[in-house]
Every structure is written in C-alpha cells, then in structure tokens.
Design a protein around this ligand. Structure first.
Ligand code: IMP
Length: 191
C-alpha cells in the first residue's frame, strides 16, 4: 500500500474539519510574531528564552512555532513516563536536573498543543515555578474553556474550540492521527 492510500484510509476515521493546514499555518505565524515582539528585548544569547513542551502532542506545533520565533531560544521537553506523578490519567516524569538548572532566573515559554480541563498545564507550571524562573508564560494552540476545572492564566491562545475531541497536527486518538496536516473532530465523537 502506498502512502497516499494509507492517508486516505486514515481520513475515513476523521470527522468534520475544524482547521485547514493553511489556517493553522497563518495562526502559527501570528503567534510567532506576537511572541517575538513580546520577548525581543528580553531574550538574549546569554539568556535565551526557555521553551518547554510536553510530549508527544505538542511536537508538530512546537516545531512550526519555534521556526517563527526570531529570538535566541533553548528547547526542553517533559515526557510522559511510566513512573512520575499521575495527573488526569497520565504520568509525567520529573523535570530533569539539567532542565531545572537551565530554567533558574530565565523567562520560560511553556507550549501546549491543547488545554482541556487544565490539569496538565497547572501541574507542569507548578513544577516549573519550583525551579525559580523569572517568569512562566503559557502558549497553547487550542483551548477548550467549557471543560476547564483549573483556574489558569494562558497568555497566548491560537484557537478557542468547543468541548469536542480533536485529532491531527500532533494530536492523537489512541496514538494515531498525529500525522494529519489539518485538525478535525474525531468521527466517533460526532456519532
Ligand atoms: P487537560 O489536563 O485536561 O488540560 O488535558 C490536556 C492533555 O489532554 C493535552 O495535552 C492532550 O494530550 C490531551 N487532550 C485533551 N483534549 C484532547 C483532544 O481533544 N484531542 C487530543 N488530545 C487531547
């Protein structure tokens, strides 16, 4: 089976289209311009902006967003682990010692793919603050306010969406669909 056929099979599982590849690209460029503007007098080569992402959903958004930032940056990831602390059905690893040291006295941009109830975001930002950064700003591509249970401050939001399960552009359903170039509702969530 060639790649084109495999993608077509994937699409059979996909519900209504939410954001096209072009709409996502335009939004990522806009976010990149805003963040560059906000940090251009703050981030330096001696003290770059520290970017932190949570694997794996943020991978594609973060790869695109980073290349829109005209700033010195350093990149770190928080991984989902088999150990660590349980948050909303997931387990997150502790911040590595190296990352903890890097964050101290620095401005941190924590990047998320999607914020739903807000548990992940509030847990990770709390862990980041324990390492004494100068500031922690949050950027998410998607935000589902209707399901929010935590009171959190998100500085940069790409799109506000209804409380539906979405896939594509890094977001998965049972580890699949991350490779779609667009964002759609999961078909099973529409039926
Ligand atoms: P929260 O802790 O409820 O805010 O959930 C955040 C995490 O849940 C995200 O980082 C995603 O990994 C996952 N998640 C929440 N909603 C969706 C969705 O609609 N599609 C895919 N993953 C989602």
């Amino acid at each position: 089976m060639d790649t084109q056929q495999e993608i077509s099979l994937l699409e059979k599982e996909v519900g209504s289209l939410l954001f096209t590849e072009a709409e996502i690209k335009a939004k990522v460029e806009e976010l990149g311009r805003t963040i560059t503007q906000d940090f251009k007098h703050i981030a330096t080569t001696e003290k770059p902006l520290i970017i932190v992402g949570v694997l794996k959903g943020v991978l594609i958004f973060l790869a695109d967003l980073m290349r829109e930032l005209d700033l010195p940056v350093e990149l770190y990831f928080v991984d989902v682990s088999s150990g660590g602390n349980q948050v909303g059905g997931r387990r997150y690893s502790e911040l590595s010692t190296r990352m903890g040291e890097a964050i101290q006295d620095r401005h941190v941009l924590f990047v998320e793919d999607i914020v739903d109830e807000g548990l992940t975001l509030s847990y990770i930002t709390r862990m980041l603050w324990q390492k004494n950064p100068t500031s922690v700003s949050v950027c998410t591509l998607l935000s589902k306010e209707a399901k929010r249970i935590m009171d959190i401050d998100i500085r940069y939001i790409g799109f506000h969406i209804d409380p539906v399960y979405v896939i594509g552009y890094g977001l998965d359903y049972k580890e699949q669909f991350r490779n779609l170039r667009y964002i759609s509702v999961l078909k099973a969530d529409e039926e």
